[in-house]
Design a protein around this ligand. Structure first.
Ligand code: SF4
Ligand code: SF4
Length: 439
């Protein structure tokens, strides 16, 4: 068994090196051969030009801290925190460095050793005490809905000094969907099976319309769709923030809920959530009660585009006359390595013309709560993304992740650009006959 490096020495003041799946392992770290091929694919490196903000630099830093050669000073920890966890570096690395796993383990150690910056600890508290709790999440969504409906958002975004400070704040509109757990949709004719939908934490409130479109499209393609009761937030944001205990608690609850649902597949329409659920086996690997169940469940998880593209798709009869560009969500393209499925679905829609933007798989700067924690970097990345979108002449941006949708919508508002941001399944839904403004 490989000896886990963990974090020892001055980093944690002689804290014992931990074994198990949560530690950063020597084997993972030593796969980096320092070739630098990942550098030009790293958004924080290309924005700053700094080695310390590159994948190679961060891996070097993590290894040096783990071996006790340098201290985990606030500056060093800041370099880890500025990483988007977009995993673009992982996707292009010829040595197969599991960067996502390494960074998640490193952040878990940073958080556990108690020397985490205050902003990081407050963020973790918010994720644990609000995002992970459906009642509090619903209350927050109600406040955000009011913020938008009252016109306050409109006003704030027109004051130059205030605009940059509020434009990335999430906004909520439309009804919450699903209103309750249970059967959401039934196949219209031939039955292909039964799927369970992950409803998620903010998605039902901020993008209930995407859930509705997902249910209709799946039913149209022969699936019964259920929302298992008892499911909670998938834990993706907690894992990325280093809060493994909360992520694991949420994963256990979801394993119980989805095993009980006894579905043929678990469908996820949020790329970040799907990526985390596909890694539940790793997250719960040292839990004797849940390890096997989590591994089996992870094998059932499918992104909605992945599931649909693998079918003989029910051909849409309606047309969507639009020039559309597609933004690859990082956790779909890089973490799940799915990029052709959404494009295939878009190409199946009559009338729709797909035009590729430059660097469609470069992070838009959303990255979960990153846009709130690192506003300047997030805005820089968003500005570049909106320029790439504008150069295509597209009037619609399709993507497959709520975080990207919110960020891109903010980008359009920031530049007062017309156009819509949609999930791929919404366009399919429209092609199946659903009016874009209807419910
Ligand atoms: S992470 Fe991979 S691509 Fe990047 S420097 Fe290391 S080996 Fe090379
Ligand atoms: S995850 Fe993204 S931001 Fe972080 S080092 Fe890799 S490419 Fe750069």
């Amino acid at each position: 068994m490989d000896r886990p490096a963990g974090f020892s020495g001055p980093f944690v003041r002689q804290r014992r090196i931990r074994a198990g799946p949560n530690a950063v392992s020597d084997a993972d770290l030593s796969r980096c051969v320092h070739c630098g091929l990942c550098l030009q694919h790293c958004p924080t490196y290309t924005e700053t030009g700094l080695e310390t903000e590159s994948p190679r630099g961060r891996l070097y830093l993590i290894k040096a801290i783990a071996e006790g050669r340098i201290e985990a000073t606030p500056t060093a920890v800041g370099h880890l925190d500025l990483c988007l966890q977009c995993r673009n570096c992982e996707a292009v690395c010829p040595s197969g460095v599991p960067y996502g796993r390494i960074m998640e383990g490193a952040r878990a150690e940073v958080l556990a050793n108690g020397r985490t910056p205050l902003a990081w600890r407050l963020r973790t508290l918010f994720l644990r005490e609000v995002i992970a709790r459906p009642g509090r999440m619903a209350a927050l969504a109600a406040c955000l809905r009011l913020y938008r409906a009252s016109g306050l958002r409109w006003l704030a975004e027109r004051v130059p000094y205030v605009r940059d400070r509020v434009v990335l704040a999430p906004t909520v509109s439309g009804p919450t969907f699903p209103p309750k757990a249970g059967v959401l949709g039934r196949p219209q004719d031939k039955a292909r099976g039964r799927v369970a939908l992950l409803t998620g934490c903010i998605m039902p409130h901020a993008f209930g319309r995407v859930h509705e479109a997902t249910v209709r499209v799946l039913a149209r393609n022969g699936f019964e769709v259920v929302a298992p009761p008892g499911q909670l937030c998938c834990g993706a944001l907690h894992t990325h923030s280093g809060d493994r205990p909360t992520a694991r608690a949420l994963a256990r609850r979801n394993v119980d809920a989805f095993v009980e649902a006894n579905a043929d597949a678990i469908v996820v329409n949020s790329a970040g959530c799907g990526s985390t659920m596909k890694e539940y086996g790793e997250l719960l690997a040292d839990d004797p009660e849940y390890a096997d169940k989590a591994e089996r469940l992870a094998g059932l998880v499918k992104d909605v585009t992945e599931l649909l593209a693998g079918l003989p798709l029910e051909p849409p009869s309606g047309r969507v006359e639009a020039l559309v560009t597609y933004q690859d969500p990082c956790h779909l393209a890089h973490a799940q390595r799915i990029s052709s499925a959404p494009r295939y679905l878009l190409s199946a829609i009559p009338g729709l013309r797909l035009v590729e933007m430059a660097r469609p798989d470069r992070c838009c700067g959303g990255a979960g709560v990153y846009s709130l924690a690192h506003r300047d970097m997030s805005l820089d990345l968003l500005d570049g993304k909106i320029q790439d979108v504008a150069a295509t002449g597209a009037t619609m941006i399709a993507t497959a992740n709520p975080g990207c949708m919110a960020q891109l919508e903010a980008g359009l508002r920031r530049y007062r650009l017309p156009g819509r941001v949609v999930h791929v399944v919404e366009l399919l839904d429209e092609a199946y006959g659903r009016s874009p403004d209807g419910v």
